[in-house]
Design a protein around this ligand. Sequence first.
Ligand SMILES: NC(=O)c1ccc[n+]([C@@H]2O[C@H](COP(=O)([O-])OP(=O)(O)OC[C@H]3O[C@@H](n4cnc5c(N)ncnc54)[C@H](O)[C@@H]3O)[C@@H](O)[C@H]2O)c1
Ligand SMILES: O=C(O)C(=O)C[C@@H](O)[C@H](O)[C@H](O)COP(=O)(O)O
Ligand SMILES: [Zn+2]
Length: 379
Amino acid sequence: MTTKTKEAPGARIVVSVALEGRAYDIHIGRHQLCEAAALIAAFAPGAKAALVTDESVAELHAPAFETCLHQEGIATTRITIPPGEASKSYAQFVGLCDALLEAKIERNDLVIALGGGVVGDLTGFAAAVLRRGVRFVQVPTTLLSQVDSSVGGKTGINSSHGKNLIGAFHQPALVIADTALLDTLSEREFKAGYAEVVKYGLINDPDFFDWCEANWSRILAGGPERDHAVAVSCRAKAAIVARDEREEGDRALLNLGHTFAHALERLTGYDSKRLVHGEAVSIGLALAFRFSQRLDLCPGQDALRVSRHLDAVGLPSSLQQVPGGAGNAEEIVSAMAQDKKVKRGVLTFILARGIGKSFIAPGVAADEVRAFVEAELAA
Ligand SMILES: NC(=O)c1ccc[n+]([C@@H]2O[C@H](COP(=O)([O-])OP(=O)(O)OC[C@H]3O[C@@H](n4cnc5c(N)ncnc54)[C@H](O)[C@@H]3O)[C@@H](O)[C@H]2O)c1
Ligand SMILES: O=C(O)C(=O)C[C@@H](O)[C@H](O)[C@H](O)COP(=O)(O)O
Ligand SMILES: [Zn+2]
């Protein structure tokens, strides 16, 4: 059981993603940027690198990392994008590809994403298509990106039609999760990332959910529990990705809460000031459990326990908490029509028979969802 795995305090934890021919390691620990640079130099001798980051992370963390890379003989070109979800756009994608070409990044060179999930998803997508594929390294700097987006190779951008609709699977060659970088993260962004941590417990690890309930404040405070939470999350994601890289089956479980979340992100215009991905996921998790309860699949006490935990952490758990409003039921259900799990026009949801008992439910009628959303909006 994942929660029983013990790590030596302060030691670096290595989690492997076992993909044949493209296996890679996730290194988790504090203050390891210079070790990371040495690892990069070892697997890409003689390569130069483009370091893609956003304006906020550039100011806080890029210079120290660049110094480490230069000490290892890796020449770098820094490329900076504006922070926030709006940067997962066609315009930023084109600008990034041009900047990578301007930097003459060749097939044997490296693209390094230093930032949160926005930087990682955009950079990974550019790396997937540049010269038909260059190697990229993820150096995630938010809790969300350390526990989720830097692992598994989903890359892409948003469209006015929906979230992450343009993208590619492109696995990183290495992931460096330096948990000391999280010390500068805002409380709002930290809590948003925590929603994806809790998700792993809700999918298939009830012991981990129990542990999260007991330890969430220590995770936020930055004790050894933080590294443990990152490690458990990465192990859980790595295991699912290794058995279903392209989401032909089980990987869809990682989408728990996301059918609602992505609709809300689209309806709030991908405006990070209103709603960030992790907050949308938090609402989506609570809704997925209440929807499961309404369908007589999940005990009410489990659905209540999920919402209560999110509330205790200070995360949103209802449509009423979407700043500026979530839209009406029709708008919310219409926004779901472009979900990537839709088959022959019919919705697939990730539902739950209880905490840690999530499952893939194809063939969910839009009318059922609409009636549920109407009830939620009226509550
Ligand atoms: N590819 C995947 O598998 C996957 C998984 C989950 C989420 N995602 C995507 O990830 C994105 C969300 O990622 P996110 O939550 O990391 O958001 P983000 O990348 O927008 O980062 C959040 C904010 O924190 C700032 N920031 C980043 N690191 C910091 C640090 N160390 N100190 C201070 N500030 C810092 C950023 O500048 C930004 O303003 C969404 O687009 C979502 O769709 C992808
Ligand atoms: O890695 C996955 O698979 C996930 O579903 C993880 C999610 O947390 C993440 O938000 C992902 O980007 C959603 O994928 P999508 O295919 O629904 O866009
Ligand atoms: Zn997500």
